[in-house]
Ligand binder design. Structure first.
Ligand SMILES: *[C@@H]1O[C@H](CO)[C@@H](O)[C@H](O)[C@H]1NC(C)=O
Ligand SMILES: *[C@@H]1O[C@H](CO)[C@@H](O)[C@H](O)[C@H]1NC(C)=O
Length: 429
């Protein structure tokens, strides 16, 4: 940017711009001085500079401001383009450069057919009849609208859940290069590193200088997505006032593979799921898949927050840890699968209660059975004891008094041989 043309008039705009910057004191004056520099440099570009876009192959006329409409004129055109490489000066009287640019009788510069090499800066300095000098400054940008973009090698079928190449969009013959973009069902598709990947390549033709842009689209259609998505591609030059060019759409079908039944298992340690208070339970979610699925846990049907590990460790278990646990594995391609549920219960050491879990119930049952058997055995022993005692009583009643001595002897013998029977008789009334 050059502060050209500052000698020309425009004091009002400058004064207005500076007023806002003026502040009392030295600092204020410094700020004002800097503002002047800024305003002057901007002013040079804004007042005498103008951006022109010119289509390749068309004619371009640049007016020399302030020049007399008819000769004799005092004016000079200076251009710095890719064609000239250095500043080239053209004057009405000088040798013309007919095929590229020539000065018209009214002082304007004519380029009969703009080429890519004519992109650059054009300046004119003219002196009016009254001696006032005016400068014009143009930045000429050249453009070439390419053919409509085309999707080559379009896919007729895409497979869900895996990356697929949709096609390659090609735009040929643009200047400047411009950009290609993809749309899915009318919405812009952007490379996101996951489901959408776009690879763009730009080449320049060595002779024409025009660009060929191509963009390859790879997508991973989601399972359960649209069965016939519509892809299209559009080209944009990136210059103001130019609408994008759209390709014909392609409509591949999406084929979804049948979900593979995946078994999710829940392994518990200890196996019974019964643990004493303060003990440890380890639950391991076994979900075979590559890549490993995302795991979360459910307790009594409610997700446990912030737990995404395939191993759930319950240490120092408390009564509130009791419940029914299961894990849910979420596969990127096959949705979610839930494991069978497992009941975790705490062994009640103090008392028997209904809170004991299913495995605890069976333990208690065994205990009850054992107690029942013991009780039965006890009762039988008691009955046998009673029967023996009653028999003995009856025998004693039948015995004659004369045999008392003999009987006593036998009792003594029994006592030594069968202490239990003797005891039983001693206890009896
Ligand atoms: C002209 O284009 C240049 C660069 O492309 C830009 O910096 C400048 O602001 C433009 N000027 C105008 C007046 O649009
Ligand atoms: C000068 O002449 C050309 C061609 O006749 C015309 O397009 C252009 O507008 C003229 N310029 C002025 C400043 O009248």
């Amino acid at each position: 940017m050059r502060a050209g043309g500052q000698g020309a008039s425009c004091p009002r705009a400058v004064a207005a711009a500076v007023k806002g910057q003026t502040a009392p004191g030295a600092w204020g004056r410094m700020a004002a001085a800097r503002a002047w520099v800024l305003v002057l440099s901007l002013w040079g570009a804004v007042v005498s500079g103008q951006n022109i876009t010119a289509r390749v192959g068309e004619r371009l006329v640049l007016n020399c401001k302030g020049a007399p409409r008819k000769p004799p004129q005092q004016l000079e055109w200076k251009l710095n383009t890719r064609r000239t490489e250095v500043w080239k000066v053209l004057s009405p009287q000088g040798d013309s450069w007919d095929s590229v640019a020539r000065i018209l009788p009214n002082g304007s510069l004519l380029l009969p057919a703009v080429g890519i090499e004519d992109e650059g800066t054009f300046r004119c300095r003219a002196t009016s009849r009254s001696g006032k000098e005016t400068k014009s400054n143009y930045r000429v940008q050249v453009y070439k609208i390419p053919r409509k973009p085309e999707i080559v090698d379009p896919a007729s079928q895409l497979t869900a859940a895996v990356p697929n190449k949709v096609g390659t969009c090609v735009s040929e013959g643009s200047y400047p290069a411009g950009t290609l973009s993809w749309q899915l069902d009318g919405k812009l598709l952007k490379s996101d590193g996951e489901g959408v990947s776009v690879k763009e390549e730009t080449r320049r033709h060595p002779e024409t200088g025009l660009f060929t842009v191509q963009s390859e689209l790879i997508v991973t259609p989601a399972l359960g997505g649209a069965p016939r998505p519509t892809f299209s591609c559009s080209f944009s030059l990136g210059l103001p006032g130019h609408r994008p060019l759209h390709s014909a759409p392609v409509q591949p079908s999406v084929w979804a593979p049948e979900p593979v039944p995946l078994k999710v298992q829940l392994v518990v340690e200890p196996e019974s799921g019964v643990v004493a208070p303060g003990g440890t339970v380890t639950l391991t979610c076994e979900a075979p898949a590559q890549p490993p699925p995302q795991v979360h846990w459910l307790k009594d049907g409610t997700p446990l927050p912030l737990l995404f590990s395939p191993v759930l460790l319950l240490s120092e278990v408390q009564p509130h840890d009791q419940g029914v646990y299961s894990c849910v594995a979420t596969y990127p391609t096959h949705g979610s699968q839930q494991s069978p549920a497992v009941s975790i219960s705490i062994l009640e050491t103090g008392r028997e209660g209904p809170s004991a879990g299913s495995v605890g119930d069976s333990g208690l049952g065994t205990l009850a059975l054992a107690l029942g058997i013991l009780g039965g055995l006890g009762t039988a022993a008691l009955l046998i004891g009673i029967i023996l005692w009653q028999r003995r009583c009856r025998r004693e009643q039948r015995k004659a008094p004369e045999r008392q001595e003999e009987e006593e002897e036998r009792a003594e013998l029994n006592q030594s041989e069968e202490p239990e029977a003797a005891q039983g008789s001693a206890v009896g009334p």
